[in-house]
Write a protein that binds this ligand. Structure first.
Ligand SMILES: *Cc1c(COP(=O)(O)O)cnc(C)c1O
Length: 371
């Protein structure tokens, strides 16, 4: 009989308990201040996050999706424009492209990192291509150097989707500092999570930051003077105050995630039928997810073995985007994205997950594949 405690995908309790006092204090201060929209906490968080990242400016927004939509708008992307992106990501990445009236163009992924394949990007460039939208999926940086070279050669903008990779670095520099702009999500389960919905756009370009500030407040240029259609998409004071408490902990939390990943690697590296995640040289992985690949149609039996041991696991993502109705009809053939969707499995991961729990989960997987 199995008497071990159930293991969820994510346990936020350790970080919330550890920061309970400062979080409650921050919350109460906003409550007592009576200042809920675009107050001192949003301004301070924007400065602090810009410093954390190493960019000139950031604009606090209501969600990561708003950051993608507003990011595309500030880069001038709209109807008749094509934006090249990955089909193996959360829906919001390409949803944002449709939301601004542009056309998402999907290209295949690198089977090792699950991020967009730069060679495939190059083949997909047309005269209508205006931007590239790489995703640093699961916390691993997309291969940015060749993408930057392509953008340079063809006059394209790059909007980075950094929703899963706050704190990851590419050749010694944080991701989210390479493109013309980059979109962050602070959805509660992300590496830096708010206690509700929140997001941010980061940029070195003053015109992009100023435009994003107008768009988040109904395209307002001066007091009650609206010069274009915008959104209600501001980061709110309460979330900003809570995020300010958490921000200094992101790097140590990411180090905790890498420690858990190492414990999983140790348990799973030599298990036949399992491919552990790759970290390309020169990168620091933020391990938003620890995602393994299970070949030969055996994923379902591993999921079942984990479930009967009380261990959660999730398939991110079971359907590549080109298979979904908003992007159809199409005749894409994207075999690596399809294969990833049928083979990947993400395992429980949070910074405080004990090494012996990771080892136990690895052992359950190994024994499921041995039978
Ligand atoms: C979470 C996520 C988003 C959307 O962020 P929200 O804050 O939920 O709107 C976009 N892209 C990716 C890759 C994500 O993981």
């Amino acid at each position: 009989m199995n008497v071990a405690k159930p293991v969820p995908m994510l346990d936020l309790k350790p970080q919330l308990e550890g920061l309970r006092e400062p979080l409650e204090k921050a919350l109460l201060e906003v409550l007592r201040s009576g200042h809920f929209i675009l107050g001192p906490n949003v301004a301070a968080f924007e400065r602090e996050f810009a410093e954390f990242l190493g960019v000139a400016d950031t604009v606090g927004l209501a969600s990561g999706t708003d950051a993608l939509v507003i990011g595309l708008r500030t880069l001038g992307i709209g109807p008749n424009d094509e934006v090249i992106t990955t089909p193996f990501t959360f829906f919001a990445t390409a949803e944002a492209i449709l939301a601004v009236g542009a056309t998402p163009v999907f290209v295949d992924i690198d089977p090792e990192t699950y991020c967009i394949d730069p060679a495939a990007v190059e083949r997909a460039i047309t005269p209508r291509t205006r931007a590239l939208l790489p995703v640093h999926l699961f916390g691993h940086p997309a291969e940015l150097d060749p993408l930057l070279a392509l953008a340079d050669a063809h006059g394209l903008e790059i909007l980075e989707d950094v929703a899963q990779a706050a704190g990851a670095t590419y050749r010694g520099r944080k991701v989210g500092t390479f493109g013309a702009a980059s979109a962050f999500s602070f959805y509660p389960s992300k590496n830096l999570g708010a206690l509700g919905d929140a997001g941010l756009l980061a940029t070195d370009r003053p015109d992009v930051a100023a435009h994003a500030r107008r768009l988040r407040t109904h395209g307002q240029e001066g007091r009650y003077m609206h010069t274009e259609v915008g959104y209600t998409a501001r980061l709110d004071e309460i979330q900003a105050a809570l995020l300010r408490v958490k921000l200094p902990h992101v790097d140590p939390w990411n180090a905790g995630r890498r420690r858990v990943a190492e414990a999983y690697d140790k348990a799973l590296r030599d298990v036949r039928g399992v491919t552990v995640p790759t970290t390309r040289p020169g990168n620091v992985h933020a391990f938003h997810q620890y995602t393994i690949r299970i070949g030969d149609g055996k994923r379902e039996s591993v999921v079942e073995a984990l479930a009967s041991a009380g261990i959660a696991s999730v398939v991110y993502y079971p359907h590549p985007l080109h298979r979904m109705r908003p992007f159809q009809p199409n005749d894409y053939s994207l075999p690596e994205a399809e294969r990833a969707a049928s083979e990947v499995l993400s395992l429980p991961l949070w910074p405080e997950l004990p090494d012996d729990t990771a080892a136990h989960i690895g052992a359950v997987i190994a024994s499921a594949l041995r039978v």
